[in-house]
Ligand binder design. Structure first.
Ligand code: ADP
Length: 421
């Protein structure tokens, strides 16, 4: 998988930065920055967990993703179950091979009804054979999950649903530790005591890691006999709801048993698509509802973002809400996504510690195409140009948005290149 590009060092024997480890820390900084940058485009990250295997966690993750995507939300689905990746199979995507470019690995697209698409990534896509076993230890899994989050070109998403393996092991731990902005966890259980007891551990685990429990789903909650219509409580019902109440976490709802869930999963077409009128599908519609509050304003934003293509990224060194004249020493940069002559979005980013050549490399990793600065020495300008970043100097100390507006309107009055170096 792709990593942040490494700058070549001219002389290994004389290179102080590699000898004292500073290059490593810059690489680490850039990788973490790339992860934060990638994740900042995903509004909500939901971890789907269960205390036990076989309770329907992956099935719930897939059908929940379909339910959210069918409402016009942009959804990604990451299969983080390295030992039993099943998402590709549940969506009929096993034969897909991964491709990628300089923006990262392309997720596989599961398209259905009226342009609804789910972006899917799974370790399963990297395995040569379906029965291949992955023997990875804890730190390797942590690294792989980080790469799946950072190096996959997820683009803008309303939800990333992460299907973690059962229990409270390395994978959910990694996701909770890596993702600073995890929205929360959805915990799937079946109603019988033996499953519910394990879910308590998942809730305690989330609490220890300060991960919000968004709610508990009780799957396989009763069966309506397809022949006589009689309701049979195979695993009893209500255990999940009772436990959620006792533990003080929300209960999202029950999903009944239905043999069509198994058939749909086996054929690679989720039941929410194949039998939208079934009780199971109706349950998904109900339990997705409380999760929608996290997608505030998604419709307006979707429309706005889809109608624009970002073709320039302009960086402005910023201090005290204005363009900072000494770009190498400013605390933050404001980064503007520009489409044509309009600003689409802006955000502030914190640069790595100042060293010659570091900021151009860092801004390049963020996709910057232009920097507008007050003053800048010739050497620094050369560094930026080496990375293909256009340099505008002599800009006045105005609020960064005003600077960019004037630049885009062609009215920015660039004065002298006042550099403190
Ligand atoms: P997990 O991810 O928890 O191991 P899976 O999603 O793989 O569980 O589901 C285990 C099995 O249970 C699958 O065969 C799936 O089709 C079936 N299953 C899941 N939910 C239901 C349901 N509501 N009714 C009937 N079968 C179900």
């Amino acid at each position: 998988m792709k990593r942040a590009k490494k700058e070549k060092c001219g002389s290994k024997s004389t290179c102080a930065s590699s000898a004292d480890g500073r290059e490593n820390s810059l690489d680490e900084f850039l990788e973490n920055q790339a992860l934060r940058d990638r994740m900042s485009r995903i509004r909500n990250k939901l971890l789907v967990m269960s205390g036990k295997g076989g309770v329907g966690k992956s099935t719930v993750a897939v059908n929940l993703a379909v339910e959210l995507a069918s409402r016009g939300l942009r959804v990604g689905l990451l299969d983080a179950d390295f030992h039993g990746p099943s998402i590709a199979g549940l969506l009929g995507l096993e034969e897909h091979k991964l491709t990628g470019d300089e923006n990262g690995l392309d997720p596989v697209r599961f398209a259905f009804a009226r342009k609804a698409v789910i972006k899917v990534m799974s370790i399963g896509f990297l395995l040569n054979r379906r029965d291949e076993a992955v023997i990875w230890r804890g730190p390797m899994k942590m690294g792989a999950i980080k790469q799946f989050l950072r190096d996959v070109d997820w683009g803008e998403l309303d939800y990333l649903i992460i299907d973690s393996p059962p229990g409270t092991g390395d994978e959910p731990l990694s996701v909770c530790q890596i993702l600073e902005g995890l929205t929360g966890a959805v915990i799937v259980t079946t109603p019988q005591k033996i499953a519910v007891d394990d879910v308590r551990k998942s809730i305690t685990f989330c609490r220890q890691l300060k991960t919000k429990v968004l709610g508990v789903i009780e799957n396989m909650s009763g069966l309506v006999c397809p022949k006589c219509g009689e309701h049979i409580d195979v695993f009893s019902t209500g255990g999940g709801e009772l436990m959620a109440r006792e533990m003080g976490v929300p209960f999202l709802g029950r999903i009944p048993m239905d043999p069509r869930v198994v058939a749909s999963g086996d054929s690679g077409a989720p039941i929410v698509i194949t039998a939208p009128d079934s009780d199971v599908s109706k349950s998904y519609a109900v339990l997705a509802e409380p999760l929608l509050i996290f997608a505030d304003h998604h419709k307006e934003n979707n429309a706005k973002e889809r109608s624009t293509t970002v073709n320039r990224k302009i960086a402005v060194p910023t201090a005290d809400g204005k363009l900072c004249m000494h770009f190498g020493h400013c605390d933050i940069f404001t980064l503007f996504d520009v489409s044509g002559s309009g600003i689409v979005e802006s955000r502030t980013v914190t640069p790595p510690p100042h060293e010659p050549g570091v900021i151009p490399k860092w801004l390049n990793s963020l996709g910057a195409t232009h920097i507008i600065a007050g003053g800048m020495g010739a050497r620094a300008q050369d560094f930026f140009r080496q990375f293909g970043i256009e340099v505008v100097v002599g800009a006045p100390p105005l609020p960064p948005e005003e600077v960019v507006r004037q630049y885009l309107a062609g009215t920015l009055e660039a004065g002298e290149n006042v550099c403190d170096h």
